[in-house]
Design a protein around this ligand. Structure first.
Ligand code: NDP
Length: 251
């Protein structure tokens, strides 16, 4: 029975939002390819949680910013589990600095990981989806792409790029029965936001109509829905999961 489960590949699934997506997709009947960059123990913990949720999982180390490594990631996932039906491009980093102080390395690292990484993995995964005439792509952007944020011009540029990339891709691949959508989280409690200064956290919470940070699981529910058969007529869309932070913005 387990062999018939469709496969989801989640990048950056060793912790935070990626781990929550992997676990929620397992609850929804998927086996999981759990990608990570450096935190193998975290990735193995995700595998354990996927198992508890009823799925099989493999861990696949890969730096998504490297084009050929991303190709190997998709190939290894297909060899070990079968064709990738759902791709969640979640891997992301921040290297915050005001533009006048932002180094070229801070710019390149964020653009290469957060934006080129999405191109790299999607390019290889979408080929077999097209051959099979089936697939779901969910890319993780951010409300920062819509609102901007001082100190995050690199991050906002990458996350806005993901939106342009995904809505274009949605139009390219619709003919193959593949959907491509974006989830744009707001302020979510993870390692990425853990070390923000308390006053910044307080100010952020003050701007959120629901008055609190979100949880990784609350993002994962949206990702799982967009990955499901029930979302088959939704493509090229951006779904904010942000407690109302971006409400009123016209996309
Ligand atoms: P975390 O920092 O908790 O986790 C980041 C994940 O990305 C880790 O699994 C990490 O792997 C992986 N990763 C980083 N670089 C690479 C790489 N080059 N190749 C492969 N994997 C990589 O982040 P979050 O869970 O908070 O964020 C997940 C996504 O959601 C990101 O794209 C982020 O930009 C986005 N987001 C987060 C928000 C938040 O408030 N937390 C808000 C809006 C968007 P490893 O552990 O091995 O290093």
């Amino acid at each position: 029975m387990m062999l018939d489960r469709p496969v989801a590949l989640v990048t950056g699934a060793s912790r935070g939002i990626g781990r929550a997506c992997a676990v929620e997709l397992a609850r929804n009947g998927f086996d999981l390819a759990v990608n990570y960059l450096a935190d193998q123990a975290g990735a193995l913990e995700t595998v354990r949680l996927v198992g508890e949720a009823g799925g099989r999982a493999v861990v696949l180390q890969c730096d998504v910013s490297i084009h050929d490594a991303a190709r190997q990631l998709v190939l290894r996932s297909e060899e070990q589990l079968g064709p990738v039906e759902v791709l969640v491009c979640n891997a992301g980093i921040t290297r915050d600095a005001l533009l006048m102080r932002m180094s070229e390395d801070d710019w390149d690292h964020v653009i290469y990981t957060n934006l080129k990484g999405v191109y790299n993995v999607t390019k290889w995964a979408v080929r077999s989806m097209a051959r099979r005439r089936s697939g779901r792509i969910v890319n993780i952007s951010s409300v920062v792409a819509l609102r901007g944020n001082p100190g995050q011009s690199n991050y906002a540029a990458a996350k806005a790029g993901i939106i342009g990339f995904t809505v274009s891709l949605a139009k390219e691949v619709a003919r193959y029965g593949i959907t491509a959508n974006v989830v744009a989280p707001g302020y979510i409690s993870t390692d990425m936001t853990d070390n923000l200064p308390p006053d910044v956290k307080e100010a952020l919470e003050g701007q959120i109509p629901l008055g609190r940070p979100g949880t990784p699981e609350e993002v994962a529910y949206a990702v799982a829905f967009l990955s499901s058969p029930q979302a088959g007529y939704i493509t090229g869309q951006v779904l904010p999961v942000d407690g109302g932070l971006s409400s009123g913005f016209i996309l």
